[in-house]
Write a protein of this length. Sequence first.
Length: 211
Amino acid sequence: MLAANLPADQHGPVLEIGSGAGHCSQFVPDLITSEIFLCPGVQIVLDARQLPFASGSLRAIVMTDVLHHVPEVEHFLSEAARCLRKGGRILMVEPWVTSWSKFVYTHFHHEPFDPDARDWSFASEGPLSGANGAIPWILFVRDRKEFELRFELAIEQVRPFLPFRYLVSGGVSMRSLMPGFVHGAWAGFEDLLKSWWPNLGMFAFVSLRRR
């Protein structure tokens, strides 16, 4: 999904923030992988709030389950806008606020999830020590007007999805209830409910474009 939405032209490198296990590099050639701390397969150790790249040098930034872990997220957004060339994109998959996800995240997930948070920051004592799973929704829906006024970033797409596969694959319980051979069946079942994804999606794909 991230690879399919990269800008069509090939000008400039693509940076992944929070590369973790490194799966994205299988889909994006010559991807620059990064993490907040040193781990196998990562090319650069960096803080998303201080990106070590020249202005206008990046074609895109991709990230999965990262934004809601970034304290002072406005610093990252300013840095990302600076580093992207005009027309470059930030592509991300993040937790999302729907009636279904709010129930699950609030009652069963270990990370904080507060759609009513007054600002975009949260307490943090070090890498991955803080979070608010509702931050993406707060930025791109609740506070959208303020976001678009403050940053040179246009919201191109917000697509909620993945209402059940995250749960049955162990996303909350850490115990998978979905053997690999039934993945296609679960994906097909979710597709049948696509019109309900805005109310059921646990995550959202978000595309931002540098104006």
